[in-house]
Structure formats: structure tokens, C-alpha cells
Design a protein around this ligand. Sequence first.
Ligand SMILES: [Cu+2]
Length: 172
Amino acid sequence: MKAVYKILLVIYLALGATEVLATQHVVTWDVSTDLNSWASGRTFKVGDQLVFKYMKGLHSLLELSSEKEYKNCNIGNAADSKNGGNDVVKLTKPGTRYFACGTLGHCDQGMKLKIKTVASNGSSQDSSQDSPSSSSTTTSNTPTSAAPSSRTFGAFALALASYCIGLLYILD
Ligand SMILES: [Cu+2]
């Protein structure tokens, strides 16, 4: 019986560890929100999710396929459309994605959003580029708290798995 609780604990810990890697960005999807400044204050990484919250029936969510369509509010041939009012979009790869409301006139009123997704290790590389003063990279204290890059994620998951298995034995 005790082993069951230990396994549950380990699963819980493993889920918790993967949870912190992805961020949910909740978008208040309406005409009055300044969507540009909302987006500019955030970093969108591969693995993150966008959640568009809006009054169902009043708005909808279209994904446009080009910058040109986005600029001109050409919503005629959208790549994807949703209308649930609580629409989740997963950012699966780096690049730019374009969203607009499908209700007539709303896109022209500014109800559109451009999202630039970066690789999950992108921002940390940028900050360490040309700053010789930041010599405070002490890797000795807590190496486990460092955010894993997408490339090393597999290795990280493997390490986590072995850590969890190890934990099972330690708890015995
Ligand atoms: Cu709308």
C-alpha cells in the first residue's frame, strides 16, 4: 500500500516539473483591449499556450496565414477558425502567427494579434551575448533550477525519470 502513495507522489512531482516549463497566456479577446501592448510585454516560447477568452457569439478567432492578410484585415481565407469563447492555441514552433476576429469590422478596429514565438532557449541566449560585466554565472549552487532548453529537454526528462526512480528507493 505504501508503495502506491510513493508512486503517486513521484508522478505528481514529475507533472509539476513539466508544468513550469510552459506558460499559458490569457488573451482578453475584445475590441477595447490594446492587444499590441499586451503582446509586447510578453515572451512567447515554444510549448506555451494562448487562451483567447471572449463572449461566445460576439467574437470569433481566425488564424491568418500571412503578414499581408493581417495588415489588410483580409479575413476571407483564414487558415483556421474557432468560436468557442475559450479557445486554446498551442505554440508548437518558432515563428510568427497572426490572429484576427471574424466579426465584421472588428479586425479593422484593432481586434487582431501578432504573436512571435521564440525557441524556449532563445531569450537566455540573447541576454548572455555581449555583456562582459555579467560574470556572476555561478553554476555551482543550484544546477537543477536552470531552465532546460528545448534541445536538452529529452535529456532533462530522462534525468527527471531516473531521479524519480531513485527517489522511490530512497523513500523505502
Ligand atoms: Cu470581435
